[in-house]
Design a protein around this ligand. Structure first.
Ligand code: F6P
Length: 368
């Protein structure tokens, strides 16, 4: 990749939006290092995602800041899932929350900081904010992040592989207790409205039942599977995605918070499924919620490499002034697509996905 600064890029802003995710620092590094080394450009790290763009919190990054971070979890810039500038939560003196459009602050700070481009690393919420800001004149390049892998327009988001590794390790560990105590063990994993983490970790950990939002399950099918297995194998492992809907179409919402970009926080279905199985089958059942361990810690080698490739393509997009685009993996190539292609769409598991078919062929039940 030739990196000639023919377009005289002098200052590049970078921010991480939404939930933290393994690989964020690897992207920051792979954007900032070539910017500093080959373009001789200043890299401005925006603090706490779009909150920093609204409130004017940013600092110039040094080469040392972005060195030795490829293997570090989280984000050196900080992040927030409550900073949508178009519906920004402002706490009033009486403690009430007022939602205000603060997008003009973002525009002002972008131009005050004399940014030539802004690299935004985030999921669907971040990309939809980015698209709206690009219409206000900001030069934006997006990098697709999320453990959920639910972003449209790319084959995979960075962070997903790391989350699968954590979830698979958890399934492996639960097999021990399940077989020793002859129990049904339920593992609830993240993923929002998509079942990618449950599907992949369920296959890799050889779960007996995988429940995902995209496949409607019946309680009887699950009870039947657990009872059959209690006779032969003596134990069962169930991996359930947090966004899985009950047969009546409802899902468990843990909390609603209007400050968040996505106000709905999911979680809690694992315990509910465990209780139903125990009541219906009398099999001893336990539930484990894996939670934020899936987002924490060091990225896998796959995610470090993917993040580095995404970052390299993002800086190329900046140099080429290929703005209002998102870098994306298609097959074995990193390409650049319009951000508008991904906004408002979720990438979900389909019934004919090869992972679903492969799981079914080895006897895994989806309760359908
Ligand atoms: O989008 C990533 C994710 O971890 C989801 O899988 C999960 O539903 C959500 O974020 C949790 O958000 P929070 O960290 O705000 O609880």
């Amino acid at each position: 990749m030739s990196l000639k600064n023919t377009n005289k890029i002098k200052r590049i802003g970078i921010l991480t939006g939404g939930g933290d995710c393994p690989g964020l620092n690897a992207v920051i590094r792979s954007v900032a290092k070539p910017a500093m080394t080959f373009l001789n450009a200043e890299v401005i790290g925006i603090e706490d995602g779009f909150e920093g763009m609204v409130n004017g919190k940013a600092k110039t990054l040094s080469y040392i800041d972005v060195s030795g971070i490829i293997n570090k979890g989280g984000t050196i810039l900080g992040t927030s899932n409550k900073g949508d500038p178009f519906r920004f939560p402002i706490e009033l003196k009486n403690g009430a929350i007022e939602i205000k459009d603060c997008s003009e602050n973002v525009v002002k700070n972008y131009f005050d900081w004399k940014l030539d481009a802004l690299v935004v690393i985030g999921g669907d919420g971040t990309m939809s904010i980015a698209e709206k800001l690009s219409k206000k004149g900001l030069n934006i390049v997006g990098v697709p992040k999320t453990i959920d892998n639910d972003l449209d327009g790319t084959d995979i988001t960075f962070g997903h592989d790391s989350a699968i590794a954590v979830a698979t390790d958890a399934v492996d560990r639960l097999q021990t207790t399940a077989s020793s105590h002859k129990r049904v063990m339920i593992l609830e994993v993240m993923g929002r409205y998509a079942g990618w983490i449950a599907l992949a970790s369920g296959i890799a950990g050889a779960a007996d039942i995988i429940l995902i939002p995209e496949i409607k399950f019946s309680w009887e099918k699950i009870f039947d599977m657990c009872l059959k297995r209690s006779i032969k194998a003596k134990f069962s492992i169930v991996v359930v995605a947090e966004g899985t809907k009950f047969p009546d179409g409802n899902l468990i919402i843990k909390e609603k918070d209007k400050k968040r970009t996505d106000p709905i926080r999911l979680g809690g279905i694992g315990e509910f499924v465990a209780q139903r199985i125990q009541q219906a089958t009398s099999l001893e059942t336990r539930a484990v919620i894996l939670g934020h361990t899936q987002r924490g810690g060091s990225p896998t080698a796959f995610d470090r490499i993917l993040a580095t490739k995404y970052g390299a393509m993002a800086i190329k997009s900046v140099i080429d002034k290929n703005f209002n685009t998102m870098v994306s993996l298609k097959g074995d190539k990193i390409i650049s697509i319009p951000i508008s292609d991904v906004v408002g769409k979720l990438r979900l598991v389909t019934q004919d996905n090869q992972m679903v078919l492969a799981a079914k062929s080895v006897g895994t039940s989806f309760g359908d």
